[in-house]
Design a protein around this ligand. Structure first.
Ligand code: ZN
Length: 397
């Protein structure tokens, strides 16, 4: 009989084996499939105390803390949940973690169980170093891929209630492009969706003077929306508005439609806050005010971690990557939203750094064994720079 995940300790497991064990737990959102308990056991063995282990609406969250000494605090944040996978098109069973051509294949291998396995090994290294100073947190949820209502948002809320202020947070999401460490995210754009319902007056196409064509108004609105100028955009972080749907509930060709719905999504630069974006769009829609209803949906605030003169976590991470790969990473705020936004604040510098992301959410998702080793070295280097070497972070003691 297969050994239960919770009974396996990491003591003698390599990073590859840790990743395989994690993949073999089919933790499709929000089911953690035992991974949260397993991680908390491993962290306890490494001297961590568990501040929170909870289940809310089927979502499991974990906060673990290892206090070395007074000093700065760094959290590793991530998720154990994965998107679903059926066997169709997979070279190996999606929850096997089997190795094919030097790659560990399986759902979550890249997003982001590979990051968790590598960070667990890096954490084992750090906990053996007697000179480590500061406090190290692990923040893990089983709902990042879903609605994320009870995941990292709640973890951030708990930290806030406990008055725990993190200096830095490393999110282990897959950020790399062509080679490991070539790209890190130092922010994400905000996201916002809008739904416009246009009410015209339906009637016979031969007598348009008695109608108000909702489709024609929709055309004007789409044109105006796509011509908005985003003057507060920052270099490397541009705002894009994409119309995602234009729906006319009309199946005949002799009727002027009286109704039309437009949906759109905006990915906006960290130069904006959501209320500024909303005000801009709402003022544009005022021209058609009497003919429409409008609602905003699914707002996600942007975050951005820039260079700081002192205690700069961005520079520390860049240095760590250079130490391992010989190259400095490209900074990016592209891609979808991430849980990094829940932890970022004027006090907390958030950086996302992980394996290559080209196979995530796809059939045959995988991570190469060599990439996994490099990302583990990068994490070790970050922990080393932060908890052991970093004079700028420790100078205020
Ligand atoms: Zn992810």
């Amino acid at each position: 009989m297969a050994q239960q995940l919770a009974e396996i300790t990491t003591a003698n497991l390599t990073t590859i084996q840790k990743l395989q064990k994690l993949i073999q737990a089919p933790s499709v959102t929000p089911d953690d499939a035992g991974t949260i308990k397993w991680l908390s056991d491993q962290l306890c063995d490494l001297g961590f105390e568990i501040l929170l282990i909870e289940e809310v609406q089927g979502v499991k969250n974990l906060i673990a803390k290892r206090h070395f000494s007074p000093g700065p605090s760094l959290a590793f944040a991530g998720h154990v949940d994965v998107v679903p996978a059926n066997n169709k098109g997979w070279q190996v069973a999606p929850f096997s973690g089997d190795i094919v051509d030097g790659c560990i294949v399986g759902r979550g291998a890249a997003d982001m169980k590979g990051g968790i396995a590598a960070m667990l090994s890096a954490t084992e290294y750090l906990c053996k170093q007697p000179q480590a100073r500061g406090t190290f947190y692990w923040l893990i949820t089983s709902d990042e891929e879903g609605e994320a209502e009870y995941g990292s948002k709640r973890i951030a809320q708990f930290l806030h209630e406990q008055r725990i202020v993190l200096d830095a947070c490393l999110v282990g999401e897959p950020t790399s492009d062509k080679v490991v460490g070539d790209t890190i995210k130092n922010g994400r754009r905000g996201a916002l969706s809008g739904r416009v319902q246009i009410n015209g007056r339906a009637g016979h196409v031969a007598y348009p003077e008695n109608t108000i064509n909702a489709a024609h108004i929709a055309g004007e609105i789409v044109s105006a929306l796509t011509q908005l100028v985003w003057w507060k955009d920052e270099p490397g972080s541009k705002t894009h508005l994409q119309v995602t749907g234009i729906t006319v509930p009309n199946i005949v060709d002799n009727l002027v439609p009286g109704e039309c719905e437009i949906t759109f999504n905006i990915r906006y630069s960290h130069g904006y806050k959501s209320d500024m974006v909303q005000a801009l769009v709402e003022s544009l829609l005022e021209d058609w005010q009497s003919q429409l209803q409008f609602v905003w949906e699914r707002p996600c605030e942007p975050y951005y971690t820039g260079v700081k003169e002192h205690n700069c976590f961005l520079s520390l991470t860049e240095r760590a990557i250079h130490q391992v790969t010989g190259h400095y990473p490209t900074l990016s705020t592209s891609g979808g939203t991430s849980d990094g936004r829940f932890f970022a604040s004027p006090q907390t510098q958030v950086i996302e750094c992980g394996v290559r992301n080209y196979s995530i959410h796809q059939v045959n998702e995988h991570v190469s064994i060599s990439d996994l080793a490099i990302v583990e070295d990068i994490y070790i280097s970050v922990l080393n720079n932060f908890f052991i070497e970093n004079e700028s972070f420790l100078e205020n003691l």
